[in-house]
Design a protein around this ligand. Structure first.
Ligand code: ATP
Length: 255
């Protein structure tokens, strides 16, 4: 499976993958359920990877292993060739950041939220820097910087959460259904901001989504996860050619 993404996308096989996953396994705490059954995949830098599959198939668990929101076994997830278990967890999470389904803003203003991450490292962002980060998340600083979280719509709050994440200069963004709580216009705003980050900065995006249409709009490649395994890796325009019976059924019901 590992070379399939590179083959599909015609990228150089020698290039060091940004994220490499080798035989990643997870069992439930009581040992009764195999949640991930040996996932192996290489994700090249700058790729937009969509992860789709039925509910409970292990998509979020897979995503959360990549920045140690659960601790994967050692030697199963690598960032730039380094086992993530050997990295400082906070610096890993700055490089491999997660945007969740629902934004949880901290108390204070939008600008306070954006400044939060760098401040933890003793860096105070200027107003100009805050404005640039808000703009990257498609928000106008003069309108939003002094508002509190309570004054924002969910879509606006999600864009603030994105700007706050970007303040840590991530190299990889993990997106767990980032627009499923948003209306179509907010969805378009977030998608546009994410695609610009990918195109302009080469940011690698790995996105779980229940929306096949969203995956088709954004992803370079799609991993179909069924029952704890990646059963197919396809280009978004080849989804109708999936072979796995569960994947086919899922796609038929989703389209
Ligand atoms: N720590 C845990 N202990 C026991 N079961 C777990 C644990 N974590 C996840 N699970 C189970 O593992 C399976 C995969 O969960 P996961 O949230 O990764 O699926 P998903 O594909 O993201 O689902 P959805 O699309 O509904 O969000 C589910 O059956 C879930 O209940």
């Amino acid at each position: 499976m590992s070379s399939v993404l590179e083959h599909l996308l015609d990228v150089e096989e020698q290039q060091q993958p940004k994220i490499q996953i080798k035989n990643l396994r997870k069992e439930s705490d009581d040992g009764k359920l195999q949640i991930l059954k040996g996932i192996t995949v290489d994700i090249p830098k700058g790729m937009v990877v969509g992860i789709i599959g039925p509910s409970g198939s292990g998509k979020s668990t897979l995503l959360r292993a990549m920045n140690r929101l659960w601790e994967p076994p050692s030697s199963s997830v690598f960032l730039d060739g380094v086992d993530i278990c050997n990295l400082d967890v906070l610096s890993l999470r700055r490089k491999v950041a997660m945007l969740f389904q629902l934004p949880a803003l901290f108390e204070g203003t939008v600008a306070d939220n954006v400044r939060y991450g760098p401040q933890l490292r003793g860096i105070k962002l200027t107003d100009d820097e805050v404005g640039k980060l808000l703009l990257m998340a498609d928000l106008d600083a003069s309108t939003f910087k002094d508002k509190s979280g309570a004054e924002l719509s969910v879509g606006q709050a999600q864009r603030v959460a994105l700007a706050r994440t970007l303040a840590n200069s991530p190299e990889v963004l993990l997106l767990d259904e980032p627009t499923s709580a948003l209306d179509p216009i907010s969805t378009e705003n977030i998608e546009g901001a994410l695609m610009k980050l990918n195109k302009n900065q080469g940011m690698t995006l790995i996105m779980v989504s229940h929306s096949i249409k969203q995956i088709q709009r954004m992803a370079d490649v799609v991993c179909l996860v069924v029952d704890g395994e990646i059963v197919e890796v396809l280009k978004p325009n080849q989804l109708s050619q999936a072979n796995h019976p569960m994947a086919r059924r899922f796609l038929e019901l989703s389209s």
